[in-house]
Design a protein around this ligand. Structure first.
Ligand code: NAD
Ligand code: FES
Length: 280
């Protein structure tokens, strides 16, 4: 059991939990994730570690309240416990001094890009960060991103703050003005695909973090398989980060909605009577 030591609503349907998990905090590296389970028969959800602190022995998770489990997580309070937490899982980000890097976080993807931008800055990169959200209310951790970036650019779809448009519009502008050595992009699959399309003609290596459906998280079940170039990879052990220019995004997007009907039913049940009425 893992104790929640801080809980916060950081935006519309966006929850943050800081969890006491000293062993995970001690080993975690940028780019890794955990699998969370909150009930004995509940689903396992992979969440990238948004922050970790070896001194306080805690990790921070940020999630969108979109399904049955994440809705319940959004109702949890300080002092409550998560049933189990497995991690840190996955290969850490390849952190080196590349020169000038662009770190892009779209929507809830701002959470996992933060530790990567921080690690890249710590080893001497010039970090240009681009964060984007549909509107100002969905934007979070702007100050934290500012603190680990040499330059922070903001885009919102409705123009409520920063540039009016997508993160890719801002990226195009940056690429027209500066020499960029590497790009990292985390956010919705369509955003990561668009970022890869923008950087491909410039031949700038572009790393994306995939979040397919996962079950065991240890390379045994095959649920998280993705096509990267000619190879089939398991995101949980080979990733979650891959070369964005090689990822088959169409296939990954199709696989992501495999259980949409089941997810909808579970959500309807949760919203009906908190799942306890037995009417579904
Ligand atoms: P969103 O739909 O609000 O989009 C966030 C931003 O991404 C937009 O403001 C825009 O700047 C950009 N964007 C969206 N569509 C685009 C397009 N077609 N072209 C270019 N840019 C585009 O995002 P959300 O609702 O926060 O959704 C976040 C998604 O990210 C979820 O689906 C979640 O599964 C995924 N996610 C992935 C990871 C990961 O590790 N890969 C981590 C967290 C979240
Ligand atoms: Fe089972 Fe990756 S989640 S192989």
């Amino acid at each position: 059991m893992y104790k929640i030591i801080h809980q916060e609503k950081i935006g519309e349907n966006l929850g943050l939990l800081e969890i006491e998990a000293p062993q995970i905090a001690n080993k975690a590296k940028a780019g890794q994730f955990v699998i969370v389970r909150i009930a004995e028969k509940g689903e396992r959800i992979p969440l990238t570690i948004a922050d970790f602190n070896k001194e306080s022995g805690s990790i921070t998770l940020i999630f969108q309240e979109v399904g049955r489990t994440t809705l319940r997580m959004g109702q949890m309070k300080k002092g409550d416990f998560l049933l189990d937490l497995v991690g840190p899982l996955g290969e850490p980000s390849e952190i080196e001094n590349y020169g000038t890097v662009v770190c892009i976080g779209g929507g809830v993807g701002i959470a996992p890009i933060y530790p990567i931008a921080r690690a890249l800055k710590e080893v001497g990169n010039k970090v240009i960060s681009i964060v984007g959200a549909r509107c100002e209310n969905l934007l979070f951790w702007v100050e934290k991103m500012q603190a680990v970036s040499d330059e922070l650019l903001i885009a919102t779809d409705d123009g409520s703050v920063g540039y009016k448009g997508f993160v890719t519009d801002v990226l195009k502008q940056v690429l027209s003005e500066k020499e960029i050595d590497r790009v990292w992009a985390i956010g919705p699959m369509v955003m990561m695909r668009s970022v890869a399309d923008v950087t491909r003609p410039h031949q700038i290596k572009t790393i994306v973090s995939l979040n397919p459906i996962m079950v065991d998280g240890t390379g045994m079940c095959g649920a998280c398989r993705v096509q990267v170039g000619e190879e089939t990879k398991f995101a949980c052990v080979d990733g979650p980060e891959f070369d964005g220019h090689l990822v088959d995004f169409e296939l990954a997007m199709r696989r992501l909605v495999y259980y949409k009907d089941e997810e909808k039913r579970a959500l309807a049940q949760e919203q009906c009577h908190g799942g306890g009425c037995g009417c579904h």
